[in-house]
Write a protein that binds this ligand. Structure first.
Ligand code: DOR
Ligand code: ZN
Length: 345
């Protein structure tokens, strides 16, 4: 197949940042995606509906002319989030989910949750008001091997959450392990997982290929090949519980190429094309539309998009660097070839 047409996709996990950076990052996503679940890990975090409304306006102002890209906002769950915050969020037309970060797990997660049980009353309110809980599913204890953080989260917390809040909609964000896939496939109740394109494309050797590769550093870390194979099987299976979430997370080049580099991979400029590569390699182009465009809206209870996009099998090269505001960002696949190209939009 050299050309495919799919219903317009959405990105169910995205970091857009703030300020002048939005003028570069928002158009990169709006090129392909109609909507995106926008992560709240700004500094300070997006804690309330009014924070989310103000951030949404800044994102809308950065859309390219004529774009009707729709940011779906999230709140950052802290130990001071209240049941009233949840009620207000559920009633709003702007907030679509609440994001759980364990404190210290990743970029701007200091305001995250230290003890999960402390936020149980708030999670109960989310269950009651049908507001999904989006999870950065890792434990951060220093004695846990960093490659095991997700598996230990599932064991220690996820099953407990599932049983305590049986009707709570939950998304295990950026699933990276076979353990996560097996859990989500078999758990009772409304649970789903997003899968990034970088975890589908690479195994952990990519972090050390010929030297240390900071642009392949993200959290959760990229794992072993057997885990990558499990992610590919899940993404290409058509199973409604798995859908597209890039976790595209730009950082300035100097902050990545540093003695203590930031976690995050900027995949937005070629996200849909790279997912298409993965699905083609798996012989599953016919399942791309379910993963990218149908399963996510079904989980969130939203309509699928009206439009369509076309992808052409045509090689092009990703830029080495992208200028954003006064910064330089190195995108995923910088200076390398990509085998598909979106031909409209
Ligand atoms: O690699 C990551 N980058 N993982 C996250 O969870 C956060 C993100 C960011 O905001 O940079
Ligand atoms: Zn993220």
């Amino acid at each position: 197949m050299t050309r495919i047409r799919i219903r317009q996709p959405d990105d169910w996990h995205l970091h857009l940042r703030d300020g002048d950076m939005l003028n570069t990052v928002v158009p990169a996503t709006a090129r392909s995606f109609a909507r995106a679940i926008v992560m709240p890990n700004l500094k300070p975090p997006v804690r309330t509906v009014s924070d989310a409304r103000a951030y949404r306006e800044r994102i809308l102002a950065a859309r390219p002319v004529g774009s009707d890209f729709e940011p779906l906002m999230t709140l950052y769950l802290t130990e001071t989030t209240t049941v009233d915050d949840i009620r207000e969020a559920a009633r709003s037309d702007c907030v679509h989910a609440v994001k759980y970060y364990p404190a210290g797990a990743t970029t701007n997660s200091d305001s995250g949750v230290r003890k999960l049980e402390r936020v149980f009353p708030v999670i109960e309110a989310m269950e009651k008001h049908n507001l999904p809980l989006l999870m950065h599913g890792e434990v951060t204890d220093a004695d846990i091997d960093v490659f095991d953080r997700e598996a230990v989260f599932i064991e220690r917390h996820l099953d407990g959450l599932r049983t305590t809040f049986p009707d709570l909609k939950m998304v295990l964000e950026h699933a990276t392990t076979e353990d996560a896939i097996e859990y989500v496939q078999s758990a009772p109740g409304p649970i789903a997982a997003t899968i990034t394109v970088h975890h589908l494309l690479y195994n952990r050797n990519a972090l050390f290929e010929g030297g240390l590769r900071p642009h392949h550093y993200c959290l959760p870390l990229i794992k072993r090949e057997r885990h990558r194979q499990a992610l590919i099987s899940a993404a290409t299976s058509g199973d409604e519980r798995f859908f597209l979430g890039t976790d595209s997370a730009p950082h300035p080049k100097h902050a990545k190429e540093s003695d203590c580099g930031c976690a995050g991979i900027y995949s937005a400029p070629a996200a849909i094309e790279l997912y298409t590569e993965v699905f083609e390699a798996a012989g599953a182009l016919d399942k791309l539309e379910a993963f990218a465009s149908l399963n996510g809206p079904a989980f969130y209870g939203l309509p699928v998009n009206d439009g369509f996009i076309e992808l052409e099998k045509r090689t092009w090269s990703m830029e080495q660097e992208i200028t954003a505001a006064k910064e330089t960002i190195v995108p995923l696949r910088a200076g390398q070839r990509i085998g598909w190209r979106q031909s409209n939009g």
